[in-house]
Ligand binder design. Sequence first.
Ligand code: HEM
Length: 480
Amino acid sequence: MGQSLWPIIGLKLGPQNLVILNDHEAVAEYANGETCGEYLSLPFHRLFDRRGGIYSSRPPSHIANDLIFQNSVHPLFLPYGDAWRQLRKALQDILRTTHVDDLLPLQDAEATQTLYDLLHTPDSWYDHIRRYSTAVILASVFGLRGASYDSPRVKRLYEVQNQNTAINELGATPPIDAFPFLKSLPGPLAPWRKWALDIRVQYRAMLFDLVKESKENSRKPGGPDCFLAKLHRDQEKSGLDDEHVAYLGGGLVMEAGSDTTASTLLSFLLAMASHPEVLAKCQQEADSICGPERSPSFKDMDKFTYLRCTMNETLRWRPVAAGGVPHMLTQDDTYKGYILPKGTILFANTWSIHRTADFDDPEAFKPGRWANSTFGTRDTSVDDEKRRPQYGFGAGRRICQGQRLAENSLMVNMAKLVWAFDIGVATGKTLDTSMETGYIGGFLVCPKEFPLALRPRSRERAESIDREMDEVRDFLGRFG
Ligand code: HEM
């Protein structure tokens, strides 16, 4: 997964045209001694952002759209068009910044529980982080609690999600979308069909159980409000039926919001354990803001400037959707003399764009690069209209709708973690930070378990964690 050498790579998979957008232009310009900042991200900007009207579809997915998520229910997989637009709009209403920031107390309380879990059962650190991200989405979407990684609700979610991830891995099924005749193969020759339909059954059963529990819980006195309840209240305006509302919620918990956030937090822990000098600076900042007696709260987040740089650097260093989420072109187009036929599938190669020569020492984990430049680039005069600070959340009309929610979660957790713990490596062990060997690959990448050592920084801090957990128990208990 080294730095790419070509600005655009074209491939052919049977009849299917594939294009991978990299950033060689920037590398070449820089090598010639000219400033390259303005060229960086141009393919993304020009195609995904500026020509969004024709670069915003998704490739056909028989497995996702015809088998598991029939009836146009899942926004991530839907082709560009009215069905997608309707779902996107309904989500936009609930994921607006003002609504999302109302969730900060919940994110804070769940992060408090994460510190408590890490303090008392540090060996299960990997699961505690994964519980956090699932619990926040479960509570915000369904108003339900994910109190432990082993709770039946969280376990069931992960089981179905793992199946769904497995069937969508490259090579797990034949290239049905490139060779549509495969769709008509009889059952014994097409085992993937039964596999997909089984996942559909499990997914629906889980989803409608969650909806039922959610309704029951929200009817209790003092029961929490949640996205699902809001989507139900807005049904007249959005025109969505019960099934679409349920799947919209399910999609947020399952495919969109949970693994992505957990993977970024795990990469953050890996970065902290392997870069003690960065950890020390983050700790200094946390101490200067909160002192030893209380952990950082969501109200402090604006003061954490170095930590915000560290969050941006984590998202740059180890982007979760490293190869990008595919966009499909819906009309013939040309770009820089290349003919791009309708139906071409384009991958914005996030890994590559985060590693061009625009970045000083791009392989290194250096939060300081974000201190002087909004984009983390060495050239601080990069034209901001032509690029985004982050490409980890995609680009154009399909850009991630949960970026604000995710960044809020990342900041609150990162602040609490560095305040509470010395984060290091277990005695006698070494860390593997390599994407090739230290990460689980696939559509979303995630660090494998590594020999992390978490030590509370003082007894005073450990006591504060216990006390703060007691303070949030009632609040968390409202979620059924
Ligand atoms: C660190 C955390 C996250 C990362 C790195 C991330 C990344 C992404 C990426 C790369 C895409 C595809 C964008 C494209 O096609 O150009 C995406 C789509 C999406 N994300 Fe996120 N995401 C994160 C968290 C979340 C959260 C917390 C939510 C909501 C609760 C969310 C909701 C969505 C939705 C609904 C889409 C589909 C957009 C569409 O196809 O129209 N994401 N995300």
